[in-house]
Design a protein around this ligand. Sequence first.
Ligand code: PLP
Length: 397
Amino acid sequence: MTDFAKTRALFRLPDGVIYLDGNSLGPLPIAAEARVARTISEEWGKELIRGWNSAGWISWPRSIGDRVARLIGAPAGSVVMGDTLSIKVFQALAAAAALRPERRIILSDSGNFPSDLYMAEGLVTALGRGYQVKVVAPDAVEGAIDDSVAVMMLTQVDYRTGRLHDMAALTARAHAAGVVTVWDLAHSAGALPVELERCDVDFAVGCTYKYLNGGPGAPAFIYVAPRLADLAQPILSGWLGHEAPFAFDLDYRAGPGIERMRVGTPPIIALAALDAALDAWDGVEMDAVRRQSIALSELFIREVEARCPSLTLASPREPLRRGSQVSFRHADGYAVMQALIDHGVIGDFRAPDCLRFGFTPLYIGEADVMGAVAILERILATGSWDQPRYRQKAAVT
Ligand SMILES: Cc1ncc(COP(=O)(O)O)c(C=O)c1O
């Protein structure tokens, strides 16, 4: 049985703050402080370069990848950590496209996160030879799948609205047309049950600083289906993906399986924080997380719609069509969100008009939802959000 009172105690949440932004940056897992300190002082400090062997640093991208694999329905040995998500998107996309050399279209949708589309644009420019990125509306993806498409690259949960794609159905449809699939799980991993193996997904990528609470800039992950792992061509052919990195050969030969998706030296201190953060998931069932996330989101929607008439729901109303976030539109959404944050309710804003709220049962409960709605209602009813200081745009929204 998943015990959310127990998981909540594993996080450091500042007094007076209701944190509804774990879909953007998870809070600090208390265990990460001691774990990072130990890696710095005991491992780096005392072991120095020996730490690569004595502390096992060199294999952390794989061992931590196995811990992430459990949370996304992937078998052990199919996930490796490293780099940023944008880099992993590029890597997965290039390897996927190379599996269909006679096709030229990378299909995606306008709900995708811009960095994924930018990386695809960069890849097609580098590849030349008539490669194109085709972007359609999210509900037009299925109809756009045909045998001209090499790769379908989708983010499962829309970062703005929380709209959830049907991974099983779209992957099956893509495979029927011979299309290779790349799924971005940035807003899925740790948010809802993901079944990569059951859905027969080819490639998946994701970040660990959102629902997995690995900390700002925590390393990303890449999944390659075991049936493809020895066929996938690593476009970023760095030395740690080589078959024998310490042979220092002059020519690149891809390493076995998922090892070839490694690029360079892994960020050990960041991985130490992530490893500690993943302890919070031990004994947690994703189905229980999903049930509670839906209960909290439904409560939030019901209360906001009853008490804040100037907000319009931007997320799908049907809970099974959402990830673990809820968004509302307001013409002055940025200022409203700044006022909310000023009053201790932290969510975020996505242009042009979306207020985003993440529901993360590991450390958020019903009382937080009710407390947040009460503050939101007051700010809107009094108009206290309408002040120049709340309209001043910060670099990060
Ligand atoms: C869906 C999605 N893809 C890609 C990225 C970019 O990730 P990174 O900045 O780690 O490269 C993000 C960042 O939030 C994202 O949400």
